[in-house]
Design a protein around this ligand. Structure first.
Ligand SMILES: NCc1[nH]cc(CCC(=O)O)c1CC(=O)O
Length: 331
């Protein structure tokens, strides 16, 4: 047996360290090898500039990928939603593990839920996708809220609420759960209200394309349903030619059951594993216009079919004017 430690390249943020630590445990289990964490500082960690200003996608990812390409680390763990949709040829996503809760949540003062927020409440988020959908929801439901651009790590964001500067902030459930702050959530936003970012809640384990033994070992951590889902979501994003900072949401999951689920009902079980629903949304950040569409079909059994599912829905969204809602292109 090969006892040489596997080197896992990771960012130093609390979230990155938490998810790298969890994946390291899983990789130790399936490979029987020790795993050591190698900390890498990325431009996104250092820059104080607003993310939209440093621009482009994948600022958090480039330094990790460079370390992989230079052979300084054996694999890296990314939040899938931060990964650019273009895959470099020299690298492969060796595994996409089972997805965490994909929903966005709010952390609000006094335990408030979205619909309890008082008139004029200030909600912090740096994400045009979250702004667009929250503002659209507010318009449709007589809520009077103001979305306020913020950035920073999870602790910083929650700090704005604790200090009283903001009434609430929007975050991803998955990130809070991974750093053990799930109890701070005051409201889970239904995906019908705010569709998450493509890939949200999922991780990607990436390694060099030439590392066949490691790729084979890591395959055990792959969840085919999650992989098909995030492939469809990211293909939708790519086909809209939108970057990670575009107001685009997408989620592929199980379609609602046509009949109430009965435990062990073979009919319901078959429906669960066979079908996938893909939803996509794009809108203006003020929430005045949203294009929101969905499609349901068999769970894609190949990469190409998952890509086709995402592209197909993107084409329908473009036909309904999606391109005009995205504003300045990131690239
Ligand atoms: N944009 C930052 C980011 N990238 C990944 C997560 C955690 C959720 C995930 O893994 O999808 C977060 C924080 C957030 O959006 O609240």
């Amino acid at each position: 047996m090969n006892d040489k430690p596997l080197r896992l390249g990771t960012r130093r943020s609390k979230l990155a360290m938490a998810q790298s630590g969890q994946v390291a445990d899983a990789v130790r289990r399936v490979t029987g090898r020790p795993v050591e964490l190698v900390e890498i500082t990325t431009y996104g960690d250092v820059s104080r500039a607003h993310l939209a200003q440093i621009g482009g996608t994948g600022v958090f990812v480039t330094a990790l990928r460079d370390a992989l390409l230079r052979g300084e680390v054996d694999f890296a763990v990314h939040s899938l939603k931060d990964l650019p949709t273009a895959q470099p040829e020299e690298l492969v996503l060796a595994a996409v593990p089972v997805r965490e809760d994909p929903r966005d949540v709010i952390v609000a003062r006094d335990g408030l839920k979205l619909t309890d927020l008082p008139r004029g409440a200030r909600i912090g988020t740096g994400s045009p996708r979250r702004m667009a959908q929250l503002n659209a929801y507010a318009r449709g439901h007589g809520l009077d809220i103001e979305t306020v651009p913020i950035r920073g790590n999870v602790d910083t964001r929650i700090g704005y609420v604790r200090s009283g500067e903001l009434d609430a902030v929007v975050l991803a459930a998955a990130g809070l759960n991974r750093i053990g702050r799930g109890d701070d959530v005051t409201d889970f936003l239904p995906v019908d209200t705010v569709l998450p970012a493509p890939g949200q809640g999922a991780l990607a384990i990436e390694c060099a394309a030439g590392n066949a033994d490691l790729i084979a070992a890591l395959a055990e951590l792959d969840d085919p349903f999650t992989r098909a889902a995030v492939t469809a979501e990211r293909s939708l994003l790519a086909a809209l030619e939108a970057g990670c900072s575009a107001p685009v949401g997408a989620l592929a999951d199980l379609p609602p059951l046509s009949a109430p689920l009965e435990r062990g009902d073979p009919q319901a079980d078959r429906q669960i594993v066979k079908e996938m629903r893909l939803r996509g949304v794009v809108g203006t950040t003020d929430g005045t216009t949203l294009v929101q569409l969905s499609t349901t079909g068999p769970v894609p059994q190949t990469h190409d079919r998952a890509v086709a599912l995402g592209r197909g829905l993107a084409a329908e969204m473009l036909a309904q004017g999606a391109a005009g809602l995205m504003g300045e292109r990131a690239h």
